[in-house]
Write a protein that binds this ligand. Structure first.
Ligand code: HEC
Length: 183
C-alpha cells in the first residue's frame, strides 16, 4: 500500500469520527433507544386497575422507605401526650455527647444560646424575641422532641433538617443544659 493511500485512509477515518460526532446533524443513531426512549404515560387509560388509570396512589398505610412515622399530632393534646408518653429510643451506647453538642451548635445556638439560657446571637442583636431560658420551661424529653418535629409558635419545625437519631441526640443535650441551668 502506498504511503499516500494509507494517509488518506487515516484522514477519512478521522473525518468520519468527527462528522459522526456532529450532534446537530445526526444521521445514524447508535442504539436509538437511548435517544428515543419508550415513554411511560402514567395517566393513560388502562384496564389493569379498577379506576381505569395507570397512575395509582400508594396503598393505604404505605410508608416510604426509611420514613419513620410520627404519631403525635401538631395540637395541644399531641404536645401534652408526647410530653408524657414519648421516650427516647437511644441507649447509652448510642449517645455521643460531642455529636449532640455539635448539632445543637449548628441548629439551636443562634436563638437559644450556647448554655440554653435564651441568649443566642439573634436575641442579643434583637432580631428575635421571646426565646425562653430552658430552666423556665417544664419540658421533658418527649416535649422537646415534639417541638423539634412540629415547632412551637415562633420556633419552626426541625423535622426536615435532622434525622430521628440526630433529633434525639439534641434532646439529650437540651436536657443536660437545662440540668446545668437549674443547679
Ligand atoms: C429561630 C429561632 C429558634 C431556633 C433556631 C430554635 N428555637 Fe427553640 N424556640 C424558639 C422560640 C421563639 C421558642 C418559644 C416558643 C413558645 O413557647 O412560644 C422556642 C422554644 C423552644 C423550647 C421550649 C418548648 C416548650 O415546650 O416550651 C425548646 C425545648 C426548644 N425551643 C428547643 C430548640 C432546639 C433543640 C433547637 C435546635 C434544634 C431550637 N429550639 C431552635 C426559637 C428557636
Amino acid at each position: 500500500m502506498s504511503k499516500l493511500f494509507k494517509t488518506s485512509i487515516v484522514i477519512a477515518l478521522v473525518a468520519f469520527v468527527f462528522t459522526s460526532c456532529d450532534k446537530t446533524r445526526r444521521k445514524l443513531q447508535f442504539m436509538p433507544d437511548m435517544y428515543q426512549s419508550v415513554s411511560g404515560e402514567p395517566y393513560e387509560e388502562s384496564n389493569v386497575f379498577e379506576n381505569g388509570s395507570e397512575a395509582q396512589l400508594p396503598a393505604v398505610g404505605s410508608v416510604s422507605r426509611g420514613h419513620i412515622p410520627y404519631e403525635y399530632p401538631d395540637t395541644n393534646e399531641g404536645y401534652l401526650s408526647a410530653k408524657k408518653n414519648l421516650k427516647s429510643p437511644l441507649t447509652p451506647e448510642d449517645f455521643d455527647s460531642k455529636k449532640s453538642a455539635q448539632l445543637y451548635q449548628i441548629y439551636c445556638v443562634v436563638c437559644h444560646g450556647k448554655k440554653g439560657n435564651g441568649l443566642g446571637d439573634l436575641v442579643k442583636r434583637e432580631k428575635f424575641l421571646g426565646i425562653p431560658n430552658y430552666k423556665d420551661r417544664d419540658i421533658t424529653e418527649g416535649s422537646i422532641y415534639h417541638v423539634l418535629m412540629h415547632g412551637k409558635n415562633m420556633m419552626g419545625s426541625h423535622a426536615s433538617q435532622l434525622t430521628e437519631k440526630e433529633r434525639w441526640l439534641i434532646v439529650k443535650h437540651v436536657q443536660e443544659l437545662r440540668k446545668n441551668l437549674l443547679k
